[in-house]
Design a protein around this ligand. Structure first.
Ligand code: GLY
Ligand code: MN
Ligand code: MN
Length: 439
């Protein structure tokens, strides 16, 4: 396994935070696609963050109250050549001990027998309920038995808590190694976007461009797409989660591509570019593109320590709304339009999200009433857009949209790192100025 020390350091921090409590962190299981065919395996990000172990169904225990050498336990599938001949290599128990710095490894089929012994002596249990149907009954059984023992033991019954509060705070701030992986994912993805833009011509199909961009991810050594690539020509771009990617690319329309790769170690990019299919913007397309780009630049300039994602969002909204008023697609005073949400028929999503091992990465955006302040090492997308279609009704009092604006969907999305001063745009290898988007 690569980068042992990274995972070791994370476990050390996690064990410290757990104090006298146990954590049970299950990995992901294979998911059925249909019949007996499965989707490619995707490890659970919390489990990966702590273990770097990429097999299905494993379960990790973190037991800081146990002596050194018994604090990190992994239950894994045992080696079995009759299984490996179908499904591929397994590390097995010995392999895990020798290669993954675990204190003790067991076969998965011993979990139910051994779990209560390991959890005994824990102050609380950290386990995410509702997500791990194979492991949850074992945890609940243990807690129920602890309650049964209460009258005899006199020990206070344990509490069951989610590990998210600890783990997701750790995952929110990226360390230098994680940042270098995110740079790599963004760099590969930016190059794939550029390639796709250069080869796009009227008459091609959306799926051809999808193939080109995803081949480029693989050619450059990525695991594959981080999420279903959106390759949306013309008015398809107004469907935010459009993934059917089956339409012809028409002369005079725009193409919106929202695609990013995932690396072997699951670090992701999430990038959107929109450009004219024939290489030249129409006046309407150019006017709207300029507004989105200005909104994005202004929002990126807010990605600074001490600011927050609300500020980033509303900076983008302000520029979008002012631009839309200037060209007559909104009417009234910008602040009042924003306050009443009278722009939601044109811009209906947030301007970004945390990015990391998950594309919509973990970590709180608010603490009650208060937005979480940005800190060096946090990483987010900045992705304003304008979508003009008949899908959303025009609010009362706002101008009816003339036909020549309709069917235009534009989003520009970059991956942005909070540094101590100017924000670093990890996806800057994908061009986005008006001049660069034209041929
Ligand atoms: N690609 C999903 C998103 O932009 O959030
Ligand atoms: Mn995004
Ligand atoms: Mn995206």
């Amino acid at each position: 396994m690569k980068n042992h020390q990274i995972f070791k350091d994370r476990r050390k921090r996690f064990l410290l935070e757990l104090n006298g409590s146990a954590a049970i962190i299950p990995g992901a299981s294979l998911v059925t696609h249909h019949s007996d065919c499965e989707y490619p395996f995707r490890q659970n990000s919390d489990f990966w963050y702590l273990t770097g172990f990429d097999e299905p169904d494993a379960v990790a225990l973190f037991l800081p109250y146990r002596p050194e050498g018994e604090q990190y336990i992994l239950f894994v599938m045992p080696k079995e050549s009759s299984e490996e001949v179908w499904h591929g290599f397994r590390w097995g128990i010995k392999g895990v001990v020798e290669n993954f710095d675990v204190d003790i490894a067991h076969s998965l089929d011993q979990l139910s027998e051994k779990l209560s012994g390991y959890l005994y002596g824990s102050e609380h249990i950290f386990f995410r309920i509702g997500k791990h149907p194979k492991v949850e009954p074992l945890v609940l059984k243990f807690l129920s038995e602890a309650l049964d023992r209460y009258s005899r033991s006199g020990a206070l019954p344990m509490g069951l808590h989610s590990p998210c509060s600890i783990l997701h705070k750790l995952r929110l701030k990226k360390d230098p190694w994680e940042i270098s992986r995110m740079r790599e994912a963004a760099c590969i993805s930016s190059k794939a976007h550029e390639l796709a833009r250069q080869v796009t011509r009227p008459g091609m199909n959306e799926r051809e461009i999808q193939a080109i961009i995803e081949k480029s991810f693989l050619d450059q050594g990525a695991r594959g797409p981080a999420y279903s690539s959106i390759v949306a020509g013309g008015e398809n771009a107004c469907i935010l989660h459009y993934t059917s990617n089956q339409s012809l690319l028409k002369n005079g329309e725009l193409l919106l591509i929202d695609a990013g790769c995932s690396l072997d170690d699951y670090y992701n990019a999430d990038i959107t570019r929109t450009f004219p299919i024939n290489g030249k913007f129409t006046p309407e397309q150019k006017a709207l593109y300029e507004i989105v780009l200005a909104a994005q630049n202004a929002a990126i300039n807010c990605v600074l320590p001490g600011e927050n994602t609300e500020k980033v969002h509303f900076r983008a909204v302000k520029i979008l709304v002012e631009g839309l008023i200037d060209i007559g697609l909104l009417k009234g005073e910008a602040d009042s339009i924003i306050e009443q949400g009278l722009y939601h028929h044109i811009y209906m999503h947030r301007t970004g999200h945390w990015l990391g091992l998950d594309v919509h990465d973990v970590g709180a955006y608010r603490l009650g009433e208060y937005p979480i302040p940005l800190e060096e090492g946090m990483l987010l997308t900045v992705e304003p857009g304008i979508y003009i279609s008949d899908l959303m009704p025009v609010p009362e009092g706002q101008p009816k949209i003339e036909e020549h604006w309709k069917g235009i969907g534009i989003r520009i999305e970059d991956d942005v790192l909070v540094t101590k001063d100017v924000p670093e745009i990890l996806s800057s290898d994908a061009f986005k100025s008006i001049n660069e988007m034209e041929r």
